[in-house]
Design a protein around this ligand. Sequence first.
Ligand code: NAI
Ligand code: MG
Length: 356
Amino acid sequence: MTKKIAVLPGDGIGSEIIEQAVRVLRTVAPSLEINEAPVGGTAYDLHGHPLPPSTLKLAQESNAILFGAVGDWKYDKLPREHRPEQAILGLRKALGLFANLRPAVLYPELANASSLKPEIVSGLDILILRELTGDIYFGTPRGIRTASDGPYAGSKEGFDTMRYAEPEIRRIAHIGFQSAQKRQGKLCSVDKANVLETSQLWRDIVIDVSKEYPDVALSHMYVDNAAMQLVRAPREFDVIVTGNLFGDILSDEAAMLTGSIGMLPSASLNASGQGLYEPSHGSAPDIAGKGIANPLATILSAAMMLRYSLDSASLADKIEQAVQKVLQQGYRTADIYEPGTTKVGTAAMGDAVLKA
Ligand code: NAI
Ligand code: MG
């Protein structure tokens, strides 16, 4: 059966970087059916909604979605439901995308981009797996009210509810162990079980699921310690699995270890393997339309798509090896340029990857 993908370029540099990733996909997987649709501010301008029903329908009917980026300052004044960012939240929700995979890879050629010393980070290759649909971000009750008791009775107080149900923890834990099996076989579960009940349940369930994966070495770490270890000895990690809140923070921290936001892909998966693939960066309105954006994060997202949603790991390997090769050959977009390398624009970087 022909696999279908939805391509949603979005705003800012979205269309420029997506174009290069689509060229790569058409070359390595010519039988893919590729359909494009507007999303974000671009869709709002055309249809009055950041995630028009026709775009959502196309996404739902596809095996995977390749997403550029959304957002621009000119939409900042719109009411929340019309803001470009609502498109990504709407897609996550409609497709049940609960597992967010963010690899942080530092290619040896880019070791100087990191804010850490090369001897600590060179060759870094970790995967942060963040649960995306539960936790304190969505728990109820929540709100702002007048405190009825305690030392601040009568004052305004804000409150949120951290909660995770056993099946939610179980399904993300399985993805964690399965990801570790495909890598170095090490899984570190990050929680705050010394102070949070939710984390105690998290830890108990992860230990229970681990019995099905005797080949994976499981460890546990409190989130504050994990934040320290990520800058002290990040290469000790292979896969980190954690909840929505801790994962939000740790994945940004891990991204900065590599120092090059233009290089980092991401994937968000649901229970049936359908996924949304996008660069970790945003729409970069400051450089949009100039032809200088780095397309590699998007090209690497397309590789992840082949690996996780389209059952084509060998094609994913091919793309990842081509990216490695162009870096070895010295090609650099402006964001990762260093003296002595060859500065290229978005399209020329795409050309180099295709050639490699
Ligand atoms: P950003 O990631 O768009 O840009 C941060 C800095 O990195 C900018 O200087 C930009 O030029 C640079 N940069 C980003 N991607 C690059 C690339 N591929 N090549 C070269 N340089 C690159 O984050 P910022 O500026 O905070 O947000 C801009 C807009 O993007 C906002 O509207 C924000 O809401 C949106 N955004 C969208 C996301 C998404 O679509 N998933 C994620 C993050 C932000
Ligand atoms: Mg974040």
